[in-house]
Every structure is written in structure tokens, then in C-alpha cells.
Design a protein around this ligand. Structure first.
Ligand code: NCD
Length: 337
């Protein structure tokens, strides 16, 4: 069994199915704390350093919130220009120093494999919050948690699902990590809709086919959306040479209510790692979908808190001590209405 305690979390490749079930089960145990039914102070006094060298809203804030919800302190650094990395310091040296100030570190960086490089200099667990176009392991775990919870009313698990990934599959790290995780499950059908130039990398496609999954690669949206889950993504403009180049691909697969009604099943669940690009030229998920129960995007973002709480509990070895550190909520809360 994977041990977690003291480990870095750099790639989904380090997990087997048993490890994932454990993470997802502990994530579910975090619900009463996130919903403010009770507090848990199991990490009281512990320090998370959140290092975000690339734009982030959800990942950065939910890592911080997750740590706070377990009673810990969060320090945050945003932007390389505000750090000694801009003075030529190596990731290794920065890691040596920051890990001396922390119990755990969460990090995002624009360069592929940079978080792994950083982890080599760190004396405390480092959790990858996205390294360029490579991976986003915590997002993939929260995506799986979401798929599981959204499908359970239909008595479906992850095995045997039909999932459609759509958009910039070449640069989107969330779809890379999610696909690698799906390789661990059975008989998943995966439709990949993208412009030809933005297709899923070969190694990810072969991981899925080698797992025995059916993979359909297409650049047509119409006729390819009758599935259990649509996972829409954003054109990753920051990974293109110029905005003009990214503009070539924007708006190809805009999904609105009319297209949903025409092409999807009655129960098809819509996911997106967010942010959705809502500018008229992109409009990935039209706001006319907002009143659709099957639009899971904000539940999905909320699940990020639960999964990140679970990962902190596991890497810091307190997952069996949650109940001993519970306290009542003493303030008014609008949660869980
Ligand atoms: C994604 C990312 O940063 O990879 N966002 C996120 O973490 N939820 C997706 C994106 O930026 O398009």
C-alpha cells in the first residue's frame, strides 16, 4: 500500500487504484468540516507555504482554504517576479530555504517538471499544483471525486463510463492527468474532441488504449456528445507563441443549451476545471447552461477543497486523527442550506 506520509505528490503516475480509493474516501470524510458543521484542528500550528508562479484562483485559494480548515497556517507567494527566482536563484536553492520554513509546500510553475526539480531540494512534502502543460494531479483527483459523486445517483461508478474530453487537449494539463488516472479503471470509453493541431499527446492516448479503453479522436462536436460526462477545457493561451495563434482555435467547440439539448443525453454531466473563457469569441460553456442541474462545474471546484484537505491529512500523517481534534462551530453559517 502506498504510504503517503512524508511523500511528495508530483504526478498521478504514483497512484494505484487502491491509493485513489483511499484519497477519495478521506476526501468524503472532510465534508462536515468544509460544510461548517464542525471544525477540525488536527493541523493546528502546521505551516503550508503556497508558491504560485503562474496565475491561479481555485487551486491556490482552495489549497490555502483546505489547510486552514484543518487548523493550519498558510503563507503565500505569488509571481516569480516577487521572489529570488528572478535574481537567478535555482529551484533547488529556493526549495532548501522555503522547506525550512514549512511543514508542507504546494507549488505551481509554468515549466514542465519544475515542481519535481524543486522537490529534490525540499525537506518537506511538495504537492504539484500544475507544472506547465505537464500535470495537475490534485485537479485530476478532484475530477475523479466529482465524476464519482455526480454519477452515483445514476448507479454508475467510474468503470464503464463514456467520457468526452473537449478543447485544448494538447496543452491542458488537467486532461493529461485525468486521462492517466482513467487508465487505472476498466472499460472506459473516451471521446477526444479537439482541433487537429491540439490533439491529446500520443503517450496519453496510448496509456488509455493499452488499458483496453476505447478512444475516439475527432475534431467534430456534433454527434459526439451523447456520453455520461463532458469535460470541457479552455484554450491554454499562455502555452502558445502568441495570442493570435491561440485565437485560431478559440470558439470551435462552444457548448450552449441548444447544443446540449440537441446532442447530449438527458443526464449528461458537464464538467470544466475552470476558469471557463466566457469572452464572446470563446464562450466554452454558455451562461445559458447555468440553470442546468447537470452543470457540475461549481460543485467540481468545491470538491477541490475536500480532496486537498485529504492530501494534506495523508502527507502529514493525520488522516486517522481527525475526530480527536473536532470542535463545534460557534458562528452563524449559511452553508449546507
Ligand atoms: C486549470 C489549470 O490551471 O491547469 N485550472 C485549474 O487549475 N482549475 C485549467 C485552466 O487554466 O484552463
Amino acid at each position: 500500500m502506498m504510504k503517503f506520509q512524508g511523500d511528495h505528490i508530483l504526478s498521478v503516475s504514483q497512484f494505484d487504484r487502491e491509493a485513489i480509493s483511499r484519497i477519495l474516501a478521506i476526501s468524503a470524510q472532510m465534508t462536515p468540516y468544509a460544510m461548517r458543521q464542525k471544525r477540525c484542528l488536527v493541523l493546528e500550528g502546521a505551516i503550508l507555504n503556497n508558491l504560485f508562479f503562474e496565475p491561479s484562483t481555485r487551486t491556490r485559494v482552495s489549497f490555502g482554504t483546505a489547510f486552514n480548515l484543518l487548523g493550519g497556517f498558510v503563507r503565500e507567494t505569488v509571481g516569480q517576479e516577487n521572489t529570488s527566482l528572478s535574481k537567478g536563484e535555482s529551484l533547488f536553492d529556493t526549495a532548501q530555504v522555503i522547506s525550512g520554513y514549512s511543514d508542507v509546500i504546494a507549488m505551481r510553475h509554468p515549466k514542465m517538471h519544475s515542481v519535481e526539480e524543486f522537490s529534490k531540494g525540499s525537506s518537506v512534502p511538495v504537492i504539484n499544483g500544475g507544472d506547465g502543460a505537464n500535470e495537475h494531479p490534485t485537479q485530476a483527483l478532484l475530477d475523479l471525486f466529482t465524476i464519482q459523486s455526480e454519477m452515483s445517483p445514476f448507479n454508475k461508478g467510474i468503470d464503464n463510463l463514456h467520457i468526452t474530453l473537449m478543447g485544448d487537449l494538447k496543452h491542458g494539463r488537467t486532461v493529461h492527468s485525468l486521462s492517466k488516472l482513467l487508465s487505472l479503471y476498466n472499460n472506459v470509453k473516451i471521446t477526444m474532441i479537439s482541433p487537429k493541431a491540439l490533439q491529446m499527446p500520443d503517450n496519453v492516448v496510448s496509456a488509455l488504449s493499452n488499458a483496453g479503453h476505447e478512444v475516439i479522436i475527432t475534431d467534430e462536436m456534433a454527434g459526439n456528445l451523447a456520453c455520461d460526462i463532458i469535460y470541457q477545457t479552455r484554450i491554454q493561451q499562455e502555452r502558445f507563441a502568441s495570442k493570435d495563434e491561440a485565437d485560431l482555435y478559440r470558439g470551435h467547440f462552444s457548448l450552449n443549451k441548444e447544443a446540449y439539448k440537441q446532442y447530449c443525453k438527458e443526464y449528461t454531466v458537464i464538467m470544466h476545471p475552470l476558469p471557463r473563457d466566457s469572452r464572446p469569441e470563446a464562450n466554452e460553456l454558455d451562461t445559458d447552461l447555468n440553470d442546468l442541474d447537470n452543470l457540475a462545474i461549481f460543485r467540481q471546484a468545491q470538491n477541490g477543497v475536500l480532496v486537498r484537505m485529504a492530501l494534506f491529512a495523508l502527507t502529514l500523517g493525520v488522516e486517522d486523527k481527525l475526530q480527536q481534534h473536532e470542535k463545534p462551530i460557534t458562528w452563524h453559517t449559511n452553508k449546507n442550506k
